[in-house]
Design a protein around this ligand. Structure first.
Ligand code: GLU
Length: 322
């Protein structure tokens, strides 16, 4: 809201620009309406919108008699009676929170739920906590969460601080621009362009290193970047294609994803680094859910709605304990 007001009270501009700003404002309003509409999805009389439909989602049954000796995280959750899982809340079809009902939906959320059931916890009891890209390692190290499922790329640097089960999905860095953008088609077209990404993310780090000629802007979340794109304050948003396709699918008349992905982002389930028992149990649980069809069913009902059919899940990397 403040951002919008700032834009409208700015010094008078020539007519065409003003028109563009109005279009941008319209875009923001449209986005807000779409988000509200998705939030209202399923209520009597609500408009038919493209969002995860509960009848299409798998039903997960909590494993009975499951024990995980050797996992401090699992024991802590057992005493508590439920799992605490870190996620994102503003990434359409991946991890999205309905602000009215406080419920979460998306592919990452389904992954979190199916794993919870395999570990013997009723997925309905999960306490979801929104954690931004920059705060994931700290949240796992401090014991704020038991595991994390939120477009979290596995890499060697992060493996020094946390453990990763998976991968459960392969994404790639891409670019989101306004539909009327003509100049930006790939990362080499970013010279002098304002590009927004999330602090602490691998796409931000890659732009910094490989494309220093771009003017980088960072926020805690990608949805703030998208607001900035719609209001003409940045020229592009860069992160994983899985995230960007979701934003584009919400307002296709305003936004588009361009070019081909220029990195590999294997998504893992973050766990406390010392808890190998939990990590390997999650690997087993993931393999089981890929085999029994839950993974594909969950994908089709969530991320599949942003336009790409289900790929084969990547090979799980049960790396040795150290
Ligand atoms: N997958 C990338 C990362 O883990 C970008 C998405 C995100 O920030 O969550 O940094």
């Amino acid at each position: 809201m403040i951002r919008i007001r700032t834009a409208t009270t700015a010094a008078p501009r020539p007519r065409p620009l003003l028109r563009l700003r109005l279009r941008a404002l319209l875009g923001v309003l449209l986005l807000a309406t779409t988000v509200a509409a998705v939030a209202a999805c399923g209520r009597p009389g609500s408009p038919p919108v493209k969002g995860p439909q509960s009848e299409d989602l798998p039903v997960y049954r909590a494993a009975t008699g499951f024990e995980l000796p050797g996992s401090r995280t699992w024991e802590r959750a057992r005493k508590r009676g439920h799992l605490v899982v870190g996620v994102k809340e503003d990434q359409p079809y991946m991890g999205e929170k309905d602000p009215a009902r406080g419920t979460y939906s998306g592919f990452d959320i389904e992954i979190a739920r199916m794993l919870s059931a395999s570990l013997g916890f009723d997925p309905k009891t999960i306490e979801f906590k929104t954690i931004s890209s920059a705060n994931r390692e700290t949240a796992l190290q401090n014991g704020q969460i038991d595991y994390y499922v939120g477009t979290y790329t596995i890499n060697d640097n992060r493996k020094k601080q946390v453990g990763f089960a998976g991968p459960y999905f392969m994404a790639g860095q891409s670019l989101l621009v306004r539909r009327d953008e003509k100049d930006i088609k790939g990362p080499d077209d970013l010279v002098g362009k304002k590009v927004c990404s999330a602090a602490g993310s691998t796409p931000y780090q890659r732009l910094q290193k490989d494309h220093p000629e771009a003017v980088l802007v960072s926020y805690d979340t990608y949805s703030v970047c998208v607001d900035n794109l719609l209001t003409y304050q940045v020229d592009a948003v860069s992160t994983d294609d899985s995230i960007l396709l979701g934003y584009a699918a919400k307002v296709p008349e305003e936004l588009k994803v361009v070019g081909t992905p220029f990195s590999k982002e294997p998504y893992g389930i973050g766990v406390p680094r010392s808890d190998d028992a939990l990590r390997l149990a999650l690997d087993d649980a993931l393999a089981e859910n890929e085999k029994n069809g839950n993974w594909k069913k969950a994908y089709d009902a969530t991320l599949g709605l942003s336009g790409q059919s289900a790929p084969n899940p990547p090979v799980i990397d049960r790396y040795p304990t150290d």
